[in-house]
Design a binder for this molecule. Structure first.
Ligand SMILES: *[C@@H]1O[C@H](CO)[C@@H](O)[C@H](O)[C@H]1NC(C)=O
Ligand SMILES: *[C@@H]1O[C@H](CO)[C@@H](O)[C@H](O)[C@H]1NC(C)=O
Ligand SMILES: *[C@@H]1O[C@H](CO)[C@@H](O)[C@H](O)[C@H]1NC(C)=O
Ligand SMILES: *[C@@H]1O[C@H](CO)[C@@H](O)[C@H](O)[C@H]1NC(C)=O
Length: 422
Protein backbone atom coordinates (compact mmCIF):
# COMPACT_ATOMS: atom_id res chain seq x y z
CA UNK A 1 0.00 0.00 0.00
CA UNK A 2 1.26 3.44 -0.88
CA UNK A 3 2.77 5.39 1.96
CA UNK A 4 1.18 8.77 2.35
CA UNK A 5 3.56 11.44 3.37
CA UNK A 6 2.03 14.62 4.61
CA UNK A 7 3.35 17.75 6.17
CA UNK A 8 3.25 21.52 6.44
CA UNK A 9 5.19 23.83 4.17
CA UNK A 10 8.02 25.64 5.83
CA UNK A 11 6.82 29.23 6.24
CA UNK A 12 10.41 30.45 6.14
CA UNK A 13 11.06 29.08 2.69
CA UNK A 14 8.01 30.52 0.95
CA UNK A 15 9.19 34.00 1.83
CA UNK A 16 12.63 33.48 0.30
CA UNK A 17 13.40 34.58 -3.27
CA UNK A 18 12.58 31.82 -5.82
CA UNK A 19 16.16 31.30 -6.98
CA UNK A 20 17.31 30.58 -3.44
CA UNK A 21 14.28 28.57 -2.32
CA UNK A 22 14.66 26.33 -5.39
CA UNK A 23 17.93 25.07 -4.02
CA UNK A 24 16.32 24.15 -0.68
CA UNK A 25 14.05 21.27 0.26
CA UNK A 26 10.39 22.28 0.50
CA UNK A 27 7.85 20.31 2.48
CA UNK A 28 4.15 19.90 1.59
CA UNK A 29 1.13 21.04 3.61
CA UNK A 30 -1.52 18.72 4.98
CA UNK A 31 -5.25 19.27 5.39
CA UNK A 32 -7.53 16.77 7.02
CA UNK A 33 -10.55 18.87 7.92
CA UNK A 34 -11.49 20.44 4.59
CA UNK A 35 -14.55 18.93 2.83
CA UNK A 36 -13.32 17.43 -0.46
CA UNK A 37 -16.71 16.56 -1.95
CA UNK A 38 -18.80 13.40 -1.90
CA UNK A 39 -16.77 10.19 -1.89
CA UNK A 40 -13.43 11.94 -2.55
CA UNK A 41 -10.92 10.49 -0.07
CA UNK A 42 -7.60 11.80 -1.39
CA UNK A 43 -6.31 14.85 -3.24
CA UNK A 44 -2.67 15.53 -4.12
CA UNK A 45 -1.35 18.78 -5.61
CA UNK A 46 0.17 16.84 -8.59
CA UNK A 47 3.29 19.03 -8.61
CA UNK A 48 6.88 18.45 -7.52
CA UNK A 49 7.96 19.51 -4.98
CA UNK A 50 4.52 18.50 -3.72
CA UNK A 51 2.77 21.52 -2.14
CA UNK A 52 -0.19 19.87 -0.44
CA UNK A 53 -2.09 16.62 0.22
CA UNK A 54 -5.66 16.39 1.54
CA UNK A 55 -7.49 13.46 3.14
CA UNK A 56 -11.10 12.62 3.93
CA UNK A 57 -12.74 9.46 5.37
CA UNK A 58 -14.87 7.21 3.19
CA UNK A 59 -18.53 6.50 4.00
CA UNK A 60 -19.45 3.05 5.46
CA UNK A 61 -18.89 0.10 3.13
CA UNK A 62 -16.33 1.95 1.00
CA UNK A 63 -12.55 2.18 0.91
CA UNK A 64 -10.03 4.58 -0.57
CA UNK A 65 -8.25 2.81 -3.46
CA UNK A 66 -4.45 2.63 -3.94
CA UNK A 67 -1.77 3.28 -5.17
CA UNK A 68 -1.87 6.86 -4.00
CA UNK A 69 0.61 9.57 -4.96
CA UNK A 70 3.03 10.46 -2.18
CA UNK A 71 6.31 12.27 -1.57
CA UNK A 72 9.61 11.74 0.18
CA UNK A 73 12.02 14.33 1.51
CA UNK A 74 14.38 13.22 -1.26
CA UNK A 75 11.78 13.48 -4.03
CA UNK A 76 10.93 17.02 -2.85
CA UNK A 77 14.38 18.15 -3.97
CA UNK A 78 14.03 16.69 -7.51
CA UNK A 79 13.07 19.47 -9.90
CA UNK A 80 13.53 17.49 -13.14
CA UNK A 81 14.44 13.89 -14.01
CA UNK A 82 14.40 11.66 -17.09
CA UNK A 83 13.21 8.65 -15.11
CA UNK A 84 9.44 8.66 -14.36
CA UNK A 85 10.09 6.18 -11.52
CA UNK A 86 11.77 9.02 -9.61
CA UNK A 87 8.41 10.81 -9.48
CA UNK A 88 6.03 10.29 -6.53
CA UNK A 89 3.03 10.77 -8.87
CA UNK A 90 3.92 8.42 -11.78
CA UNK A 91 1.19 5.74 -12.14
CA UNK A 92 -0.37 6.79 -8.84
CA UNK A 93 -3.70 8.44 -8.08
CA UNK A 94 -3.59 12.17 -7.36
CA UNK A 95 -7.36 12.14 -6.84
CA UNK A 96 -9.04 9.07 -5.37
CA UNK A 97 -12.73 8.30 -4.96
CA UNK A 98 -14.05 5.79 -2.39
CA UNK A 99 -14.83 2.38 -3.89
CA UNK A 100 -16.74 -0.68 -2.74
CA UNK A 101 -13.87 -3.01 -3.67
CA UNK A 102 -13.55 -4.82 -0.38
CA UNK A 103 -15.89 -7.66 -1.19
CA UNK A 104 -14.65 -8.57 -4.68
CA UNK A 105 -11.62 -10.45 -5.97
CA UNK A 106 -10.96 -11.91 -2.51
CA UNK A 107 -8.09 -14.30 -1.86
CA UNK A 108 -8.61 -17.72 -0.23
CA UNK A 109 -9.43 -17.44 3.49
CA UNK A 110 -11.58 -14.29 3.17
CA UNK A 111 -15.25 -14.33 4.21
CA UNK A 112 -17.69 -14.60 1.32
CA UNK A 113 -21.36 -15.12 0.64
CA UNK A 114 -21.14 -15.91 -3.09
CA UNK A 115 -18.63 -17.54 -5.46
CA UNK A 116 -18.35 -14.30 -7.42
CA UNK A 117 -16.61 -12.56 -4.53
CA UNK A 118 -13.63 -14.94 -4.65
CA UNK A 119 -10.68 -14.81 -7.04
CA UNK A 120 -11.03 -18.59 -7.23
CA UNK A 121 -14.81 -18.36 -7.80
CA UNK A 122 -15.19 -20.94 -5.01
CA UNK A 123 -16.93 -19.87 -1.80
CA UNK A 124 -17.22 -22.84 0.58
CA UNK A 125 -18.58 -22.56 4.12
CA UNK A 126 -18.48 -18.78 3.71
CA UNK A 127 -14.75 -18.71 2.99
CA UNK A 128 -12.98 -18.34 -0.34
CA UNK A 129 -11.21 -21.56 -1.20
CA UNK A 130 -8.06 -22.11 -3.30
CA UNK A 131 -6.24 -25.18 -4.62
CA UNK A 132 -5.13 -27.84 -2.15
CA UNK A 133 -1.58 -28.94 -1.49
CA UNK A 134 0.01 -30.71 -4.47
CA UNK A 135 -2.12 -29.03 -7.15
CA UNK A 136 -0.31 -27.58 -10.16
CA UNK A 137 -0.26 -23.76 -10.04
CA UNK A 138 1.38 -20.77 -11.68
CA UNK A 139 0.80 -18.07 -9.05
CA UNK A 140 0.40 -17.87 -5.25
CA UNK A 141 -3.17 -16.48 -5.52
CA UNK A 142 -4.41 -19.88 -6.72
CA UNK A 143 -3.34 -21.78 -3.60
CA UNK A 144 -5.36 -22.12 -0.40
CA UNK A 145 -4.41 -20.60 2.98
CA UNK A 146 -1.18 -21.95 4.48
CA UNK A 147 0.14 -22.69 0.98
CA UNK A 148 2.17 -20.91 -1.70
CA UNK A 149 2.94 -21.74 -5.33
CA UNK A 150 6.46 -23.09 -4.92
CA UNK A 151 8.92 -24.72 -7.32
CA UNK A 152 10.55 -28.02 -6.43
CA UNK A 153 13.92 -26.27 -6.68
CA UNK A 154 15.43 -28.45 -9.42
CA UNK A 155 14.96 -28.74 -13.16
CA UNK A 156 12.28 -28.71 -14.63
CA UNK A 157 11.17 -26.44 -11.71
CA UNK A 158 7.49 -27.47 -11.78
CA UNK A 159 5.38 -25.33 -9.42
CA UNK A 160 2.73 -26.73 -7.10
CA UNK A 161 0.76 -25.48 -4.12
CA UNK A 162 2.91 -26.45 -1.15
CA UNK A 163 2.98 -25.60 2.56
CA UNK A 164 4.78 -22.41 3.57
CA UNK A 165 8.51 -22.85 4.14
CA UNK A 166 9.72 -23.29 7.74
CA UNK A 167 12.49 -21.36 9.49
CA UNK A 168 15.80 -22.16 7.80
CA UNK A 169 14.25 -23.44 4.54
CA UNK A 170 15.40 -21.84 1.31
CA UNK A 171 13.04 -19.28 -0.28
CA UNK A 172 12.74 -16.64 -2.98
CA UNK A 173 10.38 -14.13 -1.34
CA UNK A 174 8.64 -13.40 1.98
CA UNK A 175 5.29 -14.87 0.92
CA UNK A 176 6.82 -18.36 0.70
CA UNK A 177 7.70 -18.22 4.41
CA UNK A 178 5.41 -18.60 7.41
CA UNK A 179 3.85 -15.28 8.34
CA UNK A 180 6.06 -14.57 11.36
CA UNK A 181 9.19 -14.93 9.22
CA UNK A 182 10.82 -13.15 6.31
CA UNK A 183 12.95 -14.35 3.39
CA UNK A 184 16.47 -12.91 3.67
CA UNK A 185 20.21 -13.65 3.68
CA UNK A 186 21.37 -15.53 6.76
CA UNK A 187 25.06 -14.79 6.11
CA UNK A 188 27.22 -12.69 3.81
CA UNK A 189 28.12 -15.91 1.97
CA UNK A 190 24.40 -16.46 1.29
CA UNK A 191 24.24 -12.98 -0.21
CA UNK A 192 27.09 -13.82 -2.60
CA UNK A 193 25.32 -17.02 -3.62
CA UNK A 194 21.90 -15.29 -3.89
CA UNK A 195 20.60 -17.82 -1.37
CA UNK A 196 17.81 -16.64 0.89
CA UNK A 197 16.11 -18.54 3.70
CA UNK A 198 13.15 -18.05 5.98
CA UNK A 199 14.28 -16.20 9.12
CA UNK A 200 12.07 -15.37 12.11
CA UNK A 201 11.10 -11.69 12.35
CA UNK A 202 12.68 -9.60 15.14
CA UNK A 203 14.71 -12.62 16.29
CA UNK A 204 18.37 -11.48 16.34
CA UNK A 205 19.70 -9.66 19.38
CA UNK A 206 22.11 -6.71 19.31
CA UNK A 207 25.58 -7.54 17.91
CA UNK A 208 24.29 -10.50 15.88
CA UNK A 209 24.88 -10.33 12.13
CA UNK A 210 23.37 -11.55 8.84
CA UNK A 211 23.78 -10.80 5.11
CA UNK A 212 23.00 -7.12 4.49
CA UNK A 213 21.37 -6.24 1.19
CA UNK A 214 19.99 -2.95 -0.10
CA UNK A 215 16.29 -3.14 -0.94
CA UNK A 216 15.30 0.47 -1.47
CA UNK A 217 18.80 1.92 -2.07
CA UNK A 218 18.01 4.53 0.55
CA UNK A 219 19.71 4.23 3.95
CA UNK A 220 16.67 5.16 6.06
CA UNK A 221 14.42 2.55 4.42
CA UNK A 222 17.13 -0.11 4.26
CA UNK A 223 17.96 0.26 7.98
CA UNK A 224 14.32 -0.58 8.75
CA UNK A 225 13.92 -3.23 6.03
CA UNK A 226 17.04 -5.14 7.08
CA UNK A 227 16.08 -4.38 10.68
CA UNK A 228 13.06 -6.71 10.37
CA UNK A 229 15.45 -9.47 11.44
CA UNK A 230 16.47 -7.66 14.64
CA UNK A 231 14.92 -7.53 18.12
CA UNK A 232 15.63 -3.80 18.14
CA UNK A 233 14.06 -3.35 14.69
CA UNK A 234 17.23 -1.58 13.47
CA UNK A 235 20.15 -2.93 11.42
CA UNK A 236 23.14 -1.10 9.96
CA UNK A 237 25.49 -2.04 7.10
CA UNK A 238 28.64 -3.05 8.96
CA UNK A 239 32.06 -3.32 7.26
CA UNK A 240 33.89 -5.67 9.60
CA UNK A 241 36.80 -6.48 7.26
CA UNK A 242 38.14 -5.50 3.85
CA UNK A 243 35.26 -7.43 2.25
CA UNK A 244 33.47 -5.11 -0.18
CA UNK A 245 30.03 -6.24 1.03
CA UNK A 246 28.84 -5.27 4.52
CA UNK A 247 27.29 -7.53 7.12
CA UNK A 248 23.90 -6.60 8.52
CA UNK A 249 24.47 -5.76 12.19
CA UNK A 250 21.54 -5.66 14.61
CA UNK A 251 22.01 -2.72 16.93
CA UNK A 252 20.36 -0.24 19.27
CA UNK A 253 21.50 3.28 18.47
CA UNK A 254 22.98 5.16 21.42
CA UNK A 255 22.25 8.75 20.29
CA UNK A 256 21.70 10.90 17.22
CA UNK A 257 23.83 13.93 16.42
CA UNK A 258 22.52 16.66 14.07
CA UNK A 259 23.17 20.28 13.08
CA UNK A 260 20.79 21.15 15.94
CA UNK A 261 22.56 19.20 18.68
CA UNK A 262 22.91 15.82 20.31
CA UNK A 263 19.70 13.87 21.03
CA UNK A 264 18.86 10.61 22.79
CA UNK A 265 17.04 7.87 20.86
CA UNK A 266 13.90 8.56 22.89
CA UNK A 267 13.63 12.16 21.72
CA UNK A 268 12.40 13.53 18.40
CA UNK A 269 15.76 14.70 17.07
CA UNK A 270 15.50 18.02 15.23
CA UNK A 271 17.51 18.94 12.13
CA UNK A 272 17.38 21.61 9.38
CA UNK A 273 15.59 19.91 6.46
CA UNK A 274 15.84 22.98 4.18
CA UNK A 275 19.60 22.42 4.19
CA UNK A 276 20.31 19.65 1.65
CA UNK A 277 23.47 18.76 3.55
CA UNK A 278 21.71 18.23 6.87
CA UNK A 279 22.31 14.66 8.05
CA UNK A 280 21.36 12.80 11.19
CA UNK A 281 24.30 10.84 12.52
CA UNK A 282 23.02 7.77 14.32
CA UNK A 283 25.67 6.37 16.66
CA UNK A 284 26.12 2.71 17.57
CA UNK A 285 28.82 0.47 19.02
CA UNK A 286 30.23 -2.35 16.88
CA UNK A 287 30.71 -5.85 18.36
CA UNK A 288 34.42 -5.01 18.64
CA UNK A 289 33.57 -2.02 20.84
CA UNK A 290 34.20 0.74 18.28
CA UNK A 291 31.93 3.82 18.06
CA UNK A 292 30.46 4.00 14.56
CA UNK A 293 27.89 6.11 12.77
CA UNK A 294 25.27 5.76 10.03
CA UNK A 295 24.20 8.97 8.28
CA UNK A 296 20.58 9.55 7.24
CA UNK A 297 19.13 12.63 5.55
CA UNK A 298 17.02 14.99 7.67
CA UNK A 299 13.27 14.65 6.87
CA UNK A 300 10.24 16.90 6.30
CA UNK A 301 8.23 17.82 9.42
CA UNK A 302 4.51 18.54 9.59
CA UNK A 303 4.43 21.18 12.29
CA UNK A 304 6.20 24.04 10.49
CA UNK A 305 9.32 23.29 12.55
CA UNK A 306 12.70 22.92 10.91
CA UNK A 307 12.71 19.14 10.41
CA UNK A 308 13.18 15.81 12.16
CA UNK A 309 15.47 12.82 11.89
CA UNK A 310 13.46 10.00 10.26
CA UNK A 311 14.10 6.93 12.44
CA UNK A 312 11.49 6.24 15.14
CA UNK A 313 12.39 6.09 18.81
CA UNK A 314 13.51 2.80 20.38
CA UNK A 315 10.26 2.67 22.36
CA UNK A 316 8.03 3.25 19.30
CA UNK A 317 9.89 0.51 17.44
CA UNK A 318 9.65 -1.90 20.39
CA UNK A 319 5.87 -1.53 20.54
CA UNK A 320 5.47 -1.81 16.78
CA UNK A 321 7.52 -5.02 16.53
CA UNK A 322 5.51 -6.66 19.33
CA UNK A 323 2.18 -5.80 17.69
CA UNK A 324 3.45 -6.72 14.24
CA UNK A 325 4.65 -10.14 15.42
CA UNK A 326 1.40 -10.89 17.25
CA UNK A 327 -0.66 -9.81 14.24
CA UNK A 328 1.36 -12.10 11.95
CA UNK A 329 0.99 -14.97 14.42
CA UNK A 330 -2.80 -14.54 14.37
CA UNK A 331 -2.93 -14.34 10.58
CA UNK A 332 -2.52 -17.99 9.68
CA UNK A 333 -6.10 -18.29 8.44
CA UNK A 334 -5.42 -15.56 5.89
CA UNK A 335 -3.75 -16.14 2.53
CA UNK A 336 0.02 -15.64 2.50
CA UNK A 337 -0.40 -12.67 0.12
CA UNK A 338 -2.79 -11.04 2.61
CA UNK A 339 -0.10 -10.90 5.33
CA UNK A 340 0.33 -7.14 4.86
CA UNK A 341 -3.32 -6.35 4.19
CA UNK A 342 -4.84 -4.90 7.34
CA UNK A 343 -8.28 -5.13 5.79
CA UNK A 344 -7.81 -8.89 5.30
CA UNK A 345 -6.40 -9.27 8.83
CA UNK A 346 -9.59 -7.66 10.16
CA UNK A 347 -11.55 -10.48 8.51
CA UNK A 348 -9.58 -13.77 8.50
CA UNK A 349 -6.87 -12.75 11.02
CA UNK A 350 -7.05 -11.12 14.44
CA UNK A 351 -10.44 -9.51 13.63
CA UNK A 352 -11.92 -6.22 14.74
CA UNK A 353 -12.92 -7.24 18.26
CA UNK A 354 -9.32 -7.48 19.49
CA UNK A 355 -7.62 -4.17 20.24
CA UNK A 356 -4.43 -5.47 18.59
CA UNK A 357 -5.26 -4.27 15.08
CA UNK A 358 -5.87 -0.71 16.21
CA UNK A 359 -2.72 -0.67 18.40
CA UNK A 360 -0.71 -2.05 15.49
CA UNK A 361 -2.05 0.48 12.97
CA UNK A 362 -1.38 3.43 15.28
CA UNK A 363 2.12 2.14 16.07
CA UNK A 364 2.71 1.81 12.33
CA UNK A 365 2.02 5.52 11.77
CA UNK A 366 4.86 6.33 14.17
CA UNK A 367 7.25 3.90 12.46
CA UNK A 368 6.50 4.96 8.90
CA UNK A 369 5.84 8.67 9.48
CA UNK A 370 7.90 9.53 12.57
CA UNK A 371 8.80 13.09 11.42
CA UNK A 372 5.20 13.93 10.46
CA UNK A 373 3.68 12.25 13.50
CA UNK A 374 5.57 14.61 15.83
CA UNK A 375 2.70 17.01 15.19
CA UNK A 376 -0.33 15.93 17.21
CA UNK A 377 -2.87 17.15 14.65
CA UNK A 378 -1.17 15.41 11.74
CA UNK A 379 -0.66 12.21 13.73
CA UNK A 380 -4.40 12.12 14.56
CA UNK A 381 -5.21 12.85 10.93
CA UNK A 382 -3.02 9.96 9.72
CA UNK A 383 -4.41 7.65 12.40
CA UNK A 384 -8.00 8.41 11.43
CA UNK A 385 -8.14 9.40 7.77
CA UNK A 386 -5.51 7.49 5.85
CA UNK A 387 -7.15 4.69 3.84
CA UNK A 388 -5.70 1.85 5.92
CA UNK A 389 -6.55 3.51 9.25
CA UNK A 390 -8.44 1.49 11.86
CA UNK A 391 -11.50 3.68 11.42
CA UNK A 392 -11.23 3.31 7.62
CA UNK A 393 -11.06 -0.46 7.96
CA UNK A 394 -13.98 -0.63 10.41
CA UNK A 395 -16.09 1.43 8.03
CA UNK A 396 -15.03 -0.54 4.96
CA UNK A 397 -15.27 -4.05 6.35
CA UNK A 398 -18.88 -3.94 7.40
CA UNK A 399 -21.65 -2.59 5.23
CA UNK A 400 -23.85 0.42 5.97
CA UNK A 401 -25.85 0.31 9.18
CA UNK A 402 -23.65 -2.38 10.70
CA UNK A 403 -20.61 -0.10 10.42
CA UNK A 404 -22.55 2.78 11.95
CA UNK A 405 -23.43 0.48 14.83
CA UNK A 406 -19.79 -0.48 15.43
CA UNK A 407 -18.87 3.22 15.41
CA UNK A 408 -21.70 3.94 17.85
CA UNK A 409 -20.35 1.16 20.09
CA UNK A 410 -16.84 2.63 19.82
CA UNK A 411 -18.19 6.03 20.85
CA UNK A 412 -20.21 4.50 23.71
CA UNK A 413 -17.16 2.66 25.04
CA UNK A 414 -15.09 5.86 24.85
CA UNK A 415 -17.81 7.69 26.79
CA UNK A 416 -17.92 4.90 29.38
CA UNK A 417 -14.13 4.86 29.72
CA UNK A 418 -13.99 8.65 30.09
CA UNK A 419 -16.78 8.49 32.66
CA UNK A 420 -14.79 5.92 34.62
CA UNK A 421 -11.73 8.13 34.49
CA UNK A 422 -13.68 11.06 35.97
C1 LIG B 1 42.33 -8.17 3.51
O1 LIG B 1 42.77 -8.56 2.22
C2 LIG B 1 44.02 -9.23 2.19
C3 LIG B 1 44.37 -9.56 0.74
O2 LIG B 1 43.96 -8.53 -0.11
C4 LIG B 1 43.98 -10.51 3.00
O3 LIG B 1 45.24 -11.15 3.02
C5 LIG B 1 43.55 -10.16 4.42
O4 LIG B 1 43.39 -11.36 5.15
C6 LIG B 1 42.25 -9.38 4.42
N1 LIG B 1 41.96 -8.96 5.78
C7 LIG B 1 40.81 -9.24 6.37
C8 LIG B 1 40.67 -8.74 7.77
O5 LIG B 1 39.92 -9.86 5.84
C1 LIG C 1 26.10 12.87 22.62
O1 LIG C 1 25.52 12.34 23.79
C2 LIG C 1 26.00 11.06 24.17
C3 LIG C 1 25.26 10.62 25.39
O2 LIG C 1 23.91 10.93 25.32
C4 LIG C 1 27.48 11.13 24.45
O3 LIG C 1 27.97 9.83 24.75
C5 LIG C 1 28.20 11.64 23.19
O4 LIG C 1 29.57 11.80 23.46
C6 LIG C 1 27.61 12.96 22.76
N1 LIG C 1 28.22 13.35 21.50
C7 LIG C 1 28.64 14.57 21.23
C8 LIG C 1 29.31 14.75 19.91
O5 LIG C 1 28.48 15.48 21.99
C1 LIG D 1 27.70 -5.61 21.83
O1 LIG D 1 29.11 -5.48 21.77
C2 LIG D 1 29.63 -4.38 22.52
C3 LIG D 1 31.12 -4.31 22.28
O2 LIG D 1 31.73 -5.54 22.49
C4 LIG D 1 29.28 -4.55 24.00
O3 LIG D 1 29.72 -3.42 24.71
C5 LIG D 1 27.78 -4.68 24.14
O4 LIG D 1 27.44 -4.94 25.49
C6 LIG D 1 27.26 -5.81 23.27
N1 LIG D 1 25.79 -5.80 23.34
C7 LIG D 1 25.09 -6.90 23.58
C8 LIG D 1 23.61 -6.75 23.64
O5 LIG D 1 25.62 -7.99 23.73
C1 LIG E 1 -2.46 -13.31 18.85
O1 LIG E 1 -2.68 -12.02 19.40
C2 LIG E 1 -2.61 -11.95 20.81
C3 LIG E 1 -2.92 -10.53 21.21
O2 LIG E 1 -4.19 -10.14 20.79
C4 LIG E 1 -1.24 -12.35 21.28
O3 LIG E 1 -1.17 -12.30 22.68
C5 LIG E 1 -0.92 -13.73 20.79
O4 LIG E 1 0.41 -14.06 21.12
C6 LIG E 1 -1.08 -13.81 19.26
N1 LIG E 1 -0.91 -15.17 18.82
C7 LIG E 1 0.14 -15.55 18.09
C8 LIG E 1 0.16 -16.99 17.69
O5 LIG E 1 1.02 -14.79 17.78
Amino acid sequence: MALIFLSLALPLISSLPTSLSDTLTKCPRITCSEPLGDDVCFLHSSDNPVSWIKLQSCPPGKLCPSPLASFTTHSQSILAANDPLKSPTFQRLTKATCETTYNRNLLPGRKCTSNFQCQSFVCEEQKCKGYSSGASCYKHEQCDIGLACISKGAFPYATTCDSLRKIGDQCEEDVECQQTSVCWYQTRGDFYQSKKSCIVKYGLSDNQTFGWAPKHYETYQDVLYNGRLCQSGFAVPYYDSNDTRPLGLCTTFTNVYTDQGNFTMNQAAQCMVSNLASYCQYHYTTPTGIENVVKIRCACPADGSIGYCPLPSIEAMRKYSLYDYALSGNGTNCHTLDRNSELAQSDCGIGLTSSLLESYLNAKVLIEQWPLAQNERVRKCLEDKRPESYKGIVLASVAGSEAQWILVRMVISVVIISALLI
